[in-house]
Design a protein around this ligand. Structure first.
Ligand SMILES: Nc1ncnc2c1ncn2[C@@H]1O[C@H](COP(=O)(O)OP(=O)(O)OP(=O)(O)O)[C@@H](O)[C@H]1O
Ligand code: SF4
Ligand SMILES: [Mg+2]
Length: 357
């Protein structure tokens, strides 16, 4: 049956009840996700991989946070840590994660399974991570709804139909009887989104859900997600390595490098005036020259996460690096009330003073 995109109950089309979220947390206007110094290390006999190295952030109800970064920067591992989907026994997780007011580390068994559906759900780049090839789309959504809510078959089917309609799948009644392999890539994505929303989660995690699609379908799915996010009032964490996509969807951006958020702030501010050399490099690599050629991406490769360099992990690739950059990990420095960077040279004003860049 349905694999990783968890879902459970709830009327598919109703907005998330903010009061329910708050009641669950007992924290009034507190963030729905609060992460402090999250560290994820994969430990096996022959290697130790430091995938996430001290990530902290808050996400408000109804807010969209985009996490932007190159391949291997720890984006997916961060999301999976929030879902507790990392391999037990090989993973060391440190730090504090509170979701809807609950301590994630204390959840187990049925409470964790329910939490994954009702409070937080995830969609993936590859829909078959979540969809089961041997059951129809309808059967998977219905099973999820009945399992969590104990609804009758008829009521679950009605809700599944409503969900397919919500994600704008044409001829939804017919599509309920389709198997995943009978659908196009874009339609499978929509079906996975319907499955994830069947529990009416207050938080949706989206891990590069459009990367595998062609550009036209990509735009359609982005617009659909943005509309659903607004209509349902969900908080969303959207992972991507595409600057254009992140600008389209995110209220706030976090730029990730070697398992750390090196810059974080309102999307417009980060894009207009990046405050970390890595962000600048990412943005430059998306700019095309007059002849229509893409400028080269940042030279060099991300560090080996088995042996992170001391100090700023970006130093080996940074055009502004100085010796002192390699002594300590740059602490978070506030360049505006809601905009932070981890660059010692921006922090001390020796790089990009008030009027620059
Ligand atoms: N189960 C695992 N065991 C060991 N290492 C892992 C495991 N899962 C992920 N990693 C490593 O953790 C690092 C971060 O991986 P992650 O999948 O989060 O990257 P990402 O930013 O999502 O990249 P991409 O854009 O390619 O999806 C990588 O070096 C990856 O090889
Ligand atoms: S701390 Fe130094 S190496 Fe790191 S981004 Fe800033 S200038 Fe570059
Ligand atoms: Mg990934």
């Amino acid at each position: 049956m349905a694999r990783e995109a968890s879902s459970s109950s709830g009327v598919g089309v109703s907005p998330v009840d903010a009061a329910t979220v708050d009641a669950g947390s007992g924290l009034g206007a507190s963030p729905v996700v609060s992460v402090r110094d999250l560290r994820v290390t994969f430990v096996s006999r022959d290697r130790t991989v430091h995938a996430v190295n001290g990530v902290s952030f808050d996400l408000a109800a109804g807010e969209v946070l985009g996490i932007l970064g190159e391949s291997g920067s720890g984006k997916s591992v961060t999301l999976r840590a929030l879902m507790r989907l990392l391999p037990v026994g090989q993973t060391r997780i440190e730090g504090a994660v509170r979701i809807a007011g609950r301590d994630l580390t204390r959840l187990a068994g049925k409470a964790l399974a329910d939490f994954r559906g009702r409070t937080i759900a995830m969609i993936f780049q590859e829909p078959m991570t979540a969809l089961d090839p041997v059951y129809t789309i309808g059967a998977q959504i219905e099973e999820t709804i009945t399992r969590h809510e104990g609804l009758s078959h008829r009521a679950a089917r009605a809700r599944a139909l409503e969900l397919l309609d919500l994600v704008q799948i044409r001829s939804p009644a017919r599509r309920l009887r389709a198997y995943p392999h009978e659908m196009s890539g874009g339609m499978r994505q929509r079906a996975m989104i319907a499955l994830a929303l069947s529990c009416r989660p207050s938080i949706l995690l989206a891990d590069e859900p459009t990367t595998a699609l062609d550009v036209t379908v990509q735009i359609q799915i982005i617009l659909l997600l943005r509309r659903l996010q607004r209509e349902l009032g969900m908080a969303v964490i959207f992972v991507t390595h595409d600057v254009g996509v992140s600008v389209e969807i995110a209220d706030r951006l976090a730029v990730m490098y070697a398992g750390r958020f090196v810059e974080s702030g309102p999307t417009g501010a980060v894009i207009r005036r990046p405050r970390h050399p890595y962000t600048e490099g990412l943005l430059d690599s998306t700019v095309t020259t007059e002849r229509g050629r893409r400028l080269p991406a940042i030279p060099g490769a991300p560090p080996d996460l088995r042996a992170l360099p001391p100090g700023c992990a970006f130093a080996p690739r940074c055009a502004y690096a100085e010796e002192r950059c390699t002594s300590d990990v740059p602490p978070e420095h506030r360049v505006a009330p809601d905009h932070t960077t981890r660059c010692v040279r921006v922090a001390d004003g020796s790089l990009w003073t008030a009027a620059a860049p």
